[in-house]
Ligand binder design. Structure first.
Ligand SMILES: Cc1ncc(COP(=O)(O)O)c(C=O)c1O
Length: 387
């Protein structure tokens, strides 16, 4: 059976070039980067090369990159590393759970948190950030690109407001890296999280950008790895893969990979909306990353649609992978004002570099039939059409 994967916001397939770059570091170049012998030196050189590759993607200094196990750790290191009881944090209602649940824990530890609302497109108003600032505000943390809707927040403006107020700014850029250029010299950002597996790199390897002079308490205590910011033997193949993925992502901007993805995504959205009734695009009016489409299909359970499409060979998602299976509707979609029913009737298509026109056509060929079959089974749909 033909299988098409359109769930790249959950994770992306590893690029073959990335795997080839990693391969020697599982075998002949297996050293510990802290060892002083030949194998150790090779490992150290590879880690430092990867640091340069990631720094190039973010246009920052290599010394400002801390390797982590991924996005969750990066977000947690930024928040728990910076904040002490009594410090106030400003974040948004549409963050990934890596930030939201870290904030809930911070509240228990005595850090008050303001969760800013979003408008009907799921966008944060920078003026709300300004209004939420207090004397005790230490950090503003706003997601750069949302994992469910793909919405890009006005982080440049928000970072500037934070800088003017002498408050640190962190952004979760896990879903933005490789899809929009990220320039730390141009953005007043102090901390920024990325992860390998959302940009065709390996799972379990990520990085936190820490602006020079930003003092962080480590999450883990142990050796002096990563300039004492992250103890533990480096994940050598993972870091090498992350570096290679970062290099390829940077080159992709010049090679038009973003434009190709945008064209495919726009065709997918347009055709679904044209060919199927009572469908709508979530956050259609907002600036978005080029790979994500989130649509509602009235009177259908998103979960049922994901299963029906999966049986036909198409992998998509109802939203955040970690909350799939939960009965609660998406916190992101409800925060932007969707009813619980509409939020539950929404599904996410997310493209990667490997996707082709044929993949999009395959998805389009399945959708009308799957939607009408599920609606035939829906009592809500039957009563809606008989009215
Ligand atoms: C926006 C965002 N932040 C953080 C994470 C967590 O990243 P990781 O899976 O590398 O821990 C994800 C993963 O879904 C994400 O989409």
């Amino acid at each position: 059976m033909n299988r098409v994967y359109l769930d790249n916001n959950a994770t992306t397939p590893l690029l073959p070039e990335v795997f080839e770059a990693m391969r020697p570091y599982f075998f002949e170049r297996f050293g510990n980067a802290s060892s002083i012998h030949r194998q150790g030196q090779q490992a150290r050189a590879a880690v430092e090369h990867a640091r340069e590759q990631v720094a190039d993607l973010l246009n920052c200094r290599p010394a400002e990159i801390v390797f982590t196990s991924g996005g969750t750790e990066g977000d947690n290191l930024a928040l728990f590393g910076l904040l002490k009881p009594g410090d106030h944090v400003i974040t948004s209602a549409v963050e990934h759970h890596a930030v939201l649940n870290a904030c809930r824990r911070l509240e228990e530890l005595g850090c008050p948190v303001t969760y800013l609302p979003v408008d009907g497109r799921a966008v944060v108003n920078p003026d709300d950030v300004r209004r939420a600032l207090r004397r005790e505000t230490k950090l503003v943390s706003i997601i750069l690109a949302n994992n469910e809707t793909g919405v890009l927040q006005p982080v440049r403006e928000i970072a500037k407001i934070a800088a003017e107020a002498d408050v640190y700014f962190h952004s979760d850029a896990v879903q933005a890296a490789g899809k929009v250029p990220l320039d730390m010299k141009e953005m007043s950002c102090d901390l920024l999280t990325i992860t390998g597996h959302k940009m065709h790199g390996p799972q379990g390897a990520g990085a936190l950008y820490v602006r020079k002079g930003t003092l962080l308490q480590p999450l883990l205590y142990g050796g002096r790895h990563e300039r004492s910011r992250r103890a533990g033997t480096e994940n050598l193949p993972g870091i090498v893969g992350l570096g290679k993925a970062a290099e390829i992502a940077r080159e992709g901007f010049a090679q038009g990979s973003v434009e190709r993805m945008l064209e495919l995504r726009d065709r997918l959205e347009r055709c679904i909306v044209d060919r199927i009734e009572q469908v709508g695009l979530n956050s259609g009016g907002a600036p978005r990353v080029p790979n994500t489409a989130n649509l509602y299909f009235d009177c259908i359970e998103g979960e049922a649609m994901v299963i029906a499409l999966d049986l036909k060979g198409l992998s998509v998602s109802t939203g955040a992978a970690c909350s799939s299976g939960a009965i609660e509707p998406s916190h992101v979609l409800t925060a932007m004002g969707l009813s619980a029913d509409r939020a539950r009737a929404s599904i996410r298509f997310s493209l990667g570099k490997q996707n082709t026109t044929e993949d999009v056509e395959f998805a389009l060929s399945l959708m009308p039939d799957v939607v009408s079959r599920l609606r035939e089974l829906s009592p809500v749909w039957k009563s809606a059409v008989s009215r």
